[in-house]
Design a protein around this ligand. Sequence first.
Ligand SMILES: [Zn+2]
Length: 75
Amino acid sequence: MKRIPPFYSLVRGIGVKDVYHDNAECPIAKSVEEFYRLPGTGKNRTHCTFCAILNESFDSRGVNISSPLSPHPEG
Ligand SMILES: [Zn+2]
């Protein structure tokens, strides 16, 4: 349940494609050391599949994700 600002890296870690990540629980994101992380989604990069799955599962469970666009209802 850890959404993070999107980042990409010039090293892929354990990933096989050039993607950007936005979930701290992503195993590929975890494999990229913070030193190599660059802010943003990069150019011509797609969203990491693992991050997408993780984000989706969190959304469907209604876990409190802090987003100004979708205020989480109390209770
Ligand atoms: Zn990822």
